[in-house]
Ligand binder design. Structure first.
Ligand code: CP3
Length: 351
C-alpha cells in the first residue's frame, strides 16, 4: 500500500538519511526523554496537570512540549510526547503515574483467564488523542525536523502489566514465561497486535520515524529472548514495514549488549544501544548496521568541555559511518539544559 501522505521534504533530514544508511551532511542527534523535566518550560506545562496521563491526553500541550527541545536544545528530531503505557487503559488496565514511585497499575495481570480475555487488534479509537497530538505537532513543526512516533516493545509493556509497576527483577513476568509459556505467548501476541495497529496509525497520521522501546529486554538471556520475545517484536516491525516500507524503524533496548546478535535480525533500520555496550565492537561486528547512542546519561553531569570531549571520542569511533547520536537512556531530570546543548553542539561541530 502506498503512503497516503506525500513524504514532506525536510529542511533537516539528517536523521532520515542516517537511518536509511546514507551519510548525512551533519550527523543527527536526539535525546531520549528530550521533552522532560530538565526543561523549565516542560515543568511549567507539566504543573498544569496533576495527572500525567491527562497531560498525555491534551494534544495542544503535547505539541507544545514536543517542540520545546527542537527550539531550545537544537536536536534534529522531535519525539512525540506520550508514554509507552498509554496502551494499558484501552487494554483494561488502570495506570497512574505517582511522583515518587513512577507508574502504578491498580489491576495488574495475575490471572491466566484475564490474559485470555484481554482485547487485541486495533484499539486505536481509544487512542485518538495521540493521533491528534501527532497532527497538531506536525502542523506546528512544519518541515523543520522529522517527528518520531513510538511504542514500547511487547516484552517491556508486558512487564508493567504483570509486575504492576517498575520492578527490579521482573520476577513475576519471568515466572509467567518459565512456568506457563503458552500464557506468556498469548499476552505477547496480543500486545504485538495492538502495538502494530497503534504504530501503523501513528505513521498514517504523520510520524516520520518509529521507535520501539523494549527497554527491559535485557533482563532475558539470549535463548529466552530468541524464543519468546523476538518473534513478537519482529511481527510489529513487519506490520509497520508492510504498510510503510520506507519508514525508518529504530529499536532500543537498555542493558542488552548480549542480545545484539538477535536484535540484528529484527528488521529494524537502527539499533539503539546503551552506554554499557562496546560501540567499537558493535560497529566492527556489524559493518552495515546503523546504531544509535550511546553516551552515558551521567556524562551530562560533566562540564560542557568534558561533554564535548566525550562526544568527540564517540564521533571518532563512529568515523564516516551513518550514526544516530543519542544518550544510552533518558536524560536525567536534574541535568542543566546548557549541558544537553553542549552535547548537541559537539555532535554538530565540524571535525
Ligand atoms: O521526550 C520523550 O522521550 C518523549 C516522551 C516519553 C516519555 N516516556 C515521557 C515520560 C517517552 C518516549 C517515554 C518512554 C517510556 N516510558 C519508556 C521507554 C524508554 C525508557 O525510558 O526506557 C518507559 C520504560 C516508560 C515508562 C515510564 N514512564 C516510567 C518508568 C516512568 C516513571 C519514571 C520517570 O522517569 O518519571 C514514566 C513517566 C514519564 N514518561 C515521564 C516522562 C517525561 C516523567 C513524568 C513526569 O514528567 O512527571
Amino acid at each position: 500500500m502506498a503512503d497516503p501522505i506525500p513524504a514532506p521534504v525536510f529542511r533537516n533530514r539528517s536523521l532520515l538519511d542516517a537511518a536509511q544508511g546514507r551519510v548525512p551532511a551533519r550527523p543527527p542527534v536526539w535525546i531520549m526523554r528530550q521533552a522532560g523535566r530538565y526543561l523549565a518550560d516542560y515543568r511549567r506545562v507539566r504543573a498544569l496537570f496533576p495527572n500525567f496521563l491527562d497531560f498525555c491526553r491534551s494534544p495542544e500541550h503535547v505539541a507544545e512540549v514536543t517542540i520545546q527541545p527542537v527550539d531550545q536544545i537544537g536536536v534534529d528530531a522531535a519525539i512525540l510526547f506520550s508514554d509507552i503505557l498509554v496502551l494499558l487503559p484501552p487494554m483494561g488496565l488502570q495506570v497512574e503515574f505517582q511522583e515518587k514511585r513512577g507508574p502504578v497499575i491498580a489491576n495488574p495481570l495475575r490471572d491466566d483467564a484475564v490474559i485470555a480475555a484481554l482485547p487485541e487488534g486495533d484499539l486505536n479509537s481509544e487512542l485518538a488523542y495521540v493521533f491528534e497530538g501527532i497532527r497538531l505537532t506536525k502542523r506546528a513543526l512544519g518541515d523543520r525536523v522529522p517527528l518520531i512516533g513510538f511504542a514500547g516493545g511487547p516484552f517491556t509493556v508486558a512487564s508493567y502489566m504483570v509486575e504492576g509497576g517498575s520492578s527490579k527483577e521482573l520476577s513475576k513476568l519471568k515466572a509467567l514465561l518459565f512456568s506457563r509459556p503458552e500464557v506468556f505467548a498469548v499476552l505477547m501476541r496480543k500486545l504485538a497486535s495492538v502495538t502494530s495497529a497503534y504504530l501503523r496509525e501513528q505513521a498514517r497520521q504523520g510520524a516520520d520515524v518509529i521507535t520501539i522501546m523494549d527497554s527491559w529486554a535485557g533482563y532475558l538471556g539470549p535463548e529466552e529472548y530468541r524464543l519468546h520475545v523476538l518473534p513478537h517484536t519482529r511481527a510489529v516491525i513487519q506490520a509497520v514495514k508492510a504498510e510503510f516500507p520506507n519508514l525508518p524503524v529504530v529499536h532500543y533496548a537498555n542493558g542488552a549488549p548480549h542480545l545484539l546478535p538477535h536484535f540484528a535480525t529484527l528488521g529494524a533500520d537502527v539499533l539503539g544501544l546503551d552506554w554499557r555496550a562496546d560501540m567499537a565492537a558493535a560497529l566492527k561486528a556489524y559493518p552495515k548496521q546503523v546504531f544509535q547512542g550511546n553516551l552515558d546519561p551521567c556524562a551530562l553531569y560533566g562540564s560542557p568541555a568534558q561533554i564535548a570531549e566525550k562526544t568527540r571520542a564517540l564521533k571518532s569511533l563512529v568515523g564516516a559511518r551513518p550514526h544516530v547520536f543519542n544518550l544510552g537512556h533518558g536524560i536525567l531530570p536534574d541535568i542543566d539544559p546548557a549541558h544537553a546543548r553542549a552535547f548537541v553542539d559537539a555532535v554538530h561541530e565540524a571535525n
